[in-house]
Design a protein. Structure first.
Length: 114
């Protein structure tokens, strides 16, 4: 993973990173920026904390992580749907604008340099 958490850079070096998530420590080899991974772990921990103290006491860490994972997956799906909607409406608006320009160019007489 890179700084943005996406694809690894060619020739990147993996190092061991330890993250604390839901009260458990996880060691992993990664080429991602450690600070980025720590921020992601903090996000997950914030989501777990938002479930409330009752959930943290009655559910196992695996159950808490499953609930958070489902919430994040739902947000990802909603975000992807929104992106597709915006992309579609942008394409439609551009197509309409190009059609208006084409109509205008077809109607206006050609101007030549004087």
């Amino acid at each position: 993973m890179t700084e943005a958490g996406r694809r690894p850079k060619l020739g990147s070096v993996k190092r061991t990173v330890t993250l604390e998530i839901a009260g458990s420590r996880y060691r992993m080899a990664s080429d991602a920026d450690e600070g980025h991974l720590q921020r992601l772990a903090e996000l997950v921990n914030e989501r777990i904390a938002a479930l409330g103290p009752k959930a943290s006491k009655s559910a196992s860490p695996a159950q808490l992580l499953a609930v958070v994972a489902l919430g994040l997956a739902d947000e990802l799906v909603q975000s992807e749907n929104k992106r597709r909607e915006v992309e579609s409406s942008t394409k439609e608006a551009l197509s309409r604008a190009i059609a208006r320009i084409d109509r205008r160019l077809a109607v206006e007489p050609a101007r030549h340099d004087e």
